[in-house]
Ligand binder design. Structure first.
Ligand SMILES: O=C(O)CCC(=O)C(=O)O
Length: 273
């Protein structure tokens, strides 16, 4: 059954399901420009997909000034203002993807306990896409409600299907305890989801360009944890938020208290004798 409420910006629905798909959030011009930037930075093109080339850059939005307008896109901020309890904050957690997919059910934030799942709202992940469904065949999978609860049976089923996928390189053919929904993605679409939500990219059959960015609230321990993750994952090479970006984030009222705290404790500010 096709649900009608993918695009309804309603806080209660969002808190219940954990996601909203906003069709055509970005204009055609913006979509073309960001795709061109991804092509330039990655050195890959549509054709590279057919040579099995992929590219990922962590912290890519913050490191590249040309992407900053995405962070404070007014349409996006207005939507997040409806979904959150306080002003949206950019958490500096971002990835640029070319022809890359993350297939397999996962969350984008560590959830240690029921306490984490019981929080009404966690950090947010915002995904922007720059190719048509016709070009890529890309669908994004989400399992509504799993940001608040995942039963033991759900977990076992996820384990079983991930083994199946590992050995067959195919997506599951049927679910028993899980109710995934597969969202058809087009150029300019934007998916906003709670980082705790179980989600999976679908396999692609053509070029794909996407940007994933993290947002949250001040005074929210899951938003704080999202920023702490940037410290922990040294391998991802997150840099301290630059003064230029801090200035812009402050002007646009999306500066996070956790990013500011992080700067204070960053190695750059530690004086060694
Ligand atoms: O675009 C995709 O294939 C999914 C990416 C994803 O799930 C992630 O980066 O967490």
């Amino acid at each position: 059954m096709v649900r009608e409420n993918y695009m309804i910006i309603d806080k209660d629905l969002f808190w219940r399901d954990g996601f909203v798909l906003v069709k055509g959030l970005l204009s055609t011009d913006d979509t073309r420009n960001y795709k061109e930037l991804l092509v330039k930075l990655s050195g890959l093109s549509d054709e590279s997909y057919y040579d099995d080339k992929t590219w990922v850059e962590s912290d890519g939005v913050s490191k590249n000034k040309d992407f900053w307008p995405l962070i404070y896109n007014e349409k996006l901020l207005n939507i997040m203002r409806k979904l959150l309890r306080s002003a949206p904050r950019y958490l500096q957690y971002s990835d640029l993807h070319v022809h890359y997919g993350s297939v397999g059910w996962h969350r984008d934030i560590r959830c240690d306990s029921d306490l984490d799942l019981n929080e009404k709202i966690g950090a947010l992940r915002v995904a922007f896409y720059f190719q048509t469904y016709e070009e890529s065949g890309f669908k994004m999978g989400v399992i509504p409600g799993t940001h608040h609860s995942t039963s033991l049976l759900n977990k076992l089923e996820i384990k079983a299907w991930s083994l199946y996928r590992k050995f067959t390189h195919k997506l599951p053919f049927g679910y028993v305890t899980l109710r995934p929904e597969w969202l058809q993605i087009d150029s300019g679409d934007c998916l906003i989801f709670d980082s705790r939500l179980l989600h999976s990219g679908g396999y692609i059959s053509g070029p794909k360009y996407s940007i994933y960015a993290g947002y949250g609230e001040d005074n929210n321990r899951l938003s704080k944890r999202q920023v702490e993750y940037l410290h922990e994952r040294k391998d991802l090479g997150y840099e301290e938020c630059s003064d230029g970006l801090k200035k812009v984030l402050t002007e646009k009222d999306v500066m996070s208290e956790y990013i500011l705290e992080r700067s204070i404790g960053s190695p750059k500010n530690i004086i060694e004798d």
